[in-house]
Design a protein around this ligand. Structure first.
Ligand SMILES: Nc1nc2c(ncn2[C@@H]2O[C@H](COP(=O)(O)OP(=O)(O)OP(=O)(O)O)[C@@H](O)[C@H]2O)c(=O)[nH]1
Ligand SMILES: [Mg+2]
Length: 338
């Protein structure tokens, strides 16, 4: 849905602001706005501002500002008729009108409604409800630094992808089952049991996570197992967080030799450890006996959400808002992206 809102108070003023938001926002703007010089790019350039004319014929002289890839503002003369005419042009092009000033004044941000309906945990729904009630909107001057939460903002609805990887038979599937609390994956003492990627959706500490169990990585496997290993490698590459499992009951635990390096290494089968647990940054667990799982979950959460927002904090809650803040952080223009 693409919507148009008047952000300035009703009545005549020197200047008015009309916002258009949604998937077709840029397409409609490029149809209705002509820059004074040159032409508009195919893809909106974040934080750019153009001077030009709105509507066909001579139209009204306006300024176009790109706030996010799906959010633009038209700054126009503030007469009631001009504003009504600009809103009417967007409506004729298929937009619905949603209250802008009224919404802003009452503190409600309607953009958060759709993600709120898709939240899978109470914790993420709470954050989205705060944004619906205006937390992000009220923070126009960015005092709360919402750019700290762009990774979180991208995972309020879509889960973080966490992959469990390692050599065959180290207990990856046993670990997935122990974390899930049910037998999601087949466990067997034969190396090479898991072939396909097996995924399970969970919540750790209220954060949505999709765990993937993968085929044990080794060389010299037969054709079928090699296909599973190729899938495991692909899953490993696209994960948000990588957990590598080593077998402490083995004479020579196999340490990761893979790029990117895993963020977390766990030593499984601590109950049957061959010798003293090797020193270093290793979390000792037993998937079979449920030892060390709380610590592992805490480590995973610590990587995914190093700092959780306080209740009522401004959190960017759409991909477009997160993209704008991230790209502003790289170009050093965060102030204007908020
Ligand atoms: N003693 C002990 N055995 C374990 C533990 N975790 C798993 N095992 C055993 O190790 C064997 C292999 O377990 P899996 O979970 O199938 O291992 P995997 O890494 O998924 O193996 P592949 O799918 O073949 O790569 C099974 O016999 C498990 O019962 C543990 O914490 N302690
Ligand atoms: Mg397995």
């Amino acid at each position: 849905m693409t919507v148009v809102s008047v952000l300035t108070p009703p009545g005549s003023g020197a200047i008015a602001t009309v916002a258009v938001r949604g998937q077709l926002a840029w397409e409609l703007v490029t149809e209705l706005f002509r820059p004074a010089k040159g032409s508009l790019p195919e893809i909106p350039e974040l934080q750019r501002v153009w001077f030009g004319n709105f509507g066909s014929g001579t139209g009204d002289e306006v300024i176009l500002a790109v706030k996010a890839s799906d959010e633009m503002e038209i700054h126009c003369h503030g007469g009631v008729h001009v504003v009504g005419w600009i809103v009417g042009q967007f409506v004729s092009a298929g937009c619905s009108v949603v209250g802008g000033y009224e919404y802003n004044r009452s503190g409600v941000d309607p953009r958060a409604l759709e993600p709120l309906t898709q939240a899978t945990t109470i914790r993420t729904a709470g954050i989205l409800l705060d944004q619906y009630n205006g937390a992000h909107l009220r923070n126009q001057r960015g005092l709360e630094q919402p750019e700290r939460f762009t990774s979180l903002g991208r995972h309020l609805v879509a889960p973080w992808k966490v992959v469990i990887a390692g050599p065959p038979n180290v207990g990856k599937s046993s670990l997935i089952n122990a974390l899930a609390g049910f037998q999601r994956s087949v466990v067997a003492p034969i190396p090479g049991t898991t072939r396909d990627v097996v995924r399970v959706q969970l919540a750790f500490d209220g954060w949505p996570v999709e765990l993937s169990d993968t085929a044990g990585l080794r060389t010299g496997a037969d054709e079928l197992e090699s296909e599973g290993i190729a899938r495991a490698r692909a899953e490993y590459q696209r994960a948000d967080l990588r957990v590598w499992v080593v077998d402490l009951s083995a004479e020579q635990p196999e340490w990761p030799n893979i790029e990117p390096a895993p963020e977390i290494i766990v030593g499984n089968k601590v109950d049957a450890a061959h010798s003293a647990v090797p020193p270093g940054k290793l979390l000792s667990i037993s998937a079979l006996h449920g030892v060390g799982l709380t610590e592992l979950i805490a480590a995973i959460v610590g990587h995914l959400v190093p700092v959780a927002p306080l209740p009522g904090a401004a959190v960017p809650f759409t991909a477009a808002l997160c993209d704008a803040l991230d790209s502003a952080a790289t170009t050093g223009t965060v102030e204007s992206a908020r």
